[in-house]
Design a protein around this ligand. Structure first.
Ligand code: GDP
Ligand code: MN
Length: 379
């Protein structure tokens, strides 16, 4: 789950990290009032679950309240990476002497949280990693001890020569690990972490992604979810108990089981296609889940063919077949469907589908190849 910048800033502040006081607004007038209260120049920032807001025009400076109103008017309602901006953050404009990057991610290779820092801050860390990887420094954190003072200090000296800013940065890194740990985060980032002309080290931006599996025991974090800021298809999928991730290809995939879904995507690629999504309808599939799954898949205009790949274990093939028949009745499906099912109640499922005018395959290779072909023909 993604948090908004203003939510992440509050968590950072709660841990003692210096973050300029700011507020959120949903209208230009509100933005002007906040700017008035702050006094002096402000920065107006789009609150969306997307990075690179600066480049997209979603972060703008304003010299006074009137200009803040104007900037907010431009930013609220704009779309960044497909997401509509509903709110802006209004913060005092900071004077920047230097920008660096500090982040903590879960790293599979070391099976640890890893602190990453870079003196090349303010730009996308992915870009730094691609072009100047030697400017990124890492240290793995042992969960038994947390980020130790000497580790933080060593990383801080990768950012600053002076002892004063390094001390401040080291403290911030340890506070950041505290936030990371307490929120059940999979990623937390300050980019940029700045120094002011006066030598203060301050967090100007905050990004925090919470591991969904950590939400159940952290109701106060779970309550921060903003469904209006999430992709509608992903909200619909989550509410229906489906795991759905949108991708950019043309073959819509509807599969039961995460492993089979991954194998299906691999095979789509193997036969020269690109999956339009990952979708796991889960174990005991009632027909309604299949209906919702088809609604979500067909709402994506990139989808040119739809592939069902069902292995009936706990999932009964006849339930899925009934779902397909119900859904196609409701949806007036305008794209070709390839159905492969095998396992529990397979014969019954085939009969249900054939009675409704569909055919079903049992071989996974045949089905995937056919779906890729159909998507290509539609191109
Ligand atoms: P992002 O592009 O989504 O990561 O948004 P950021 O909050 O990181 O803002 C992008 C860039 O805008 C930063 O790297 C800064 O260079 C600049 N910026 C953000 N806030 C301020 C500010 O208060 N003062 C100044 N001068 N620049 C700012
Ligand atoms: Mn940033």
């Amino acid at each position: 789950m993604n948090l908004h910048e203003f939510q992440a800033r509050a968590l950072l502040q709660g841990a003692g990290i210096p973050v300029p006081d700011a507020d959120v607004a949903s209208t230009p007038d509100e933005a002007a009032r906040i700017a008035q209260r702050i006094g002096g120049p402000v920065v107006v920032k789009a609150q969306v679950h997307a990075g690179g807001r600066g480049k997209a025009g979603g972060v703008r400076l304003a010299k006074d309240a009137a200009e803040a109103r104007e900037r907010a008017g431009q930013i609220i309602g704009m779309t960044i990476k497909g997401l509509r901006v509903n709110q802006v953050l209004v913060a005092p404009a900071a004077e920047i002497a230097s920008e660096s990057y500090v982040g903590i991610i879960v790293d599979r290779a070391s099976q640890r949280a890893v602190l990453m820092v870079s003196p090349a801050g303010g730009v996308d860390i992915e870009e730094v990693a691609a072009t100047t990887p030697e400017k990124i420094f890492r240290v793995a954190i042992d969960p038994r001890y947390g980020l130790l003072p000497h580790q933080a200090m060593a990383m801080a000296f990768r950012l600053y020569r002076g002892v004063e800013p390094a001390r401040q940065a080291a403290t911030i890194m340890r506070q950041l690990y505290d936030v990371f740990w307490r929120a059940g985060a999979s990623l937390v980032e300050i980019n940029p972490l700045i120094t002011t002309p006066g030598g203060q080290v301050v967090a100007l931006d905050a990004k925090l992604v919470v591991d969904d599996n950590e939400l159940e025991r952290r109701p106060e974090i779970a309550a921060l979810r903003d469904t209006t800021a999430e992709a509608p298809a992903e909200v619909q999928a989550r509410e229906a108990g489906l795991s759905y991730i949108k991708l950019d290809g043309r073959v819509g995939c509807c599969v039961n089981g995460a492993g089979l879904a991954m194998a299906t995507m691999d095979l789509v690629k193997y036969y020269g296609g690109e999956p339009a999504n990952f979708l796991d309808i889960g174990g005991s599939s009632n027909p309604q889940k299949v209906v919702t799954a088809l609604q979500i898949i067909t709402a994506d205009p990139n989808v040119k063919s739809i592939l069902f790949n069902i292995f009936g274990g706990i999932t009964r093939c006849d339930d899925v077949a009934n779902g397909i028949v119900t859904a196609t009745g409701q949806l007036a499906l305008d794209r070709p469907l390839v159905i492969r099912l095998t396992g529990t109640n397979e014969e019954l499922a085939v009969k249900i589908l054939e009675d409704a005018g569909f055919s079903a395959l049992t071989d996974m290779d045949d089905a995937v190849r056919r779906a890729v072909e159909l998507a290509r023909e539609a191109a």
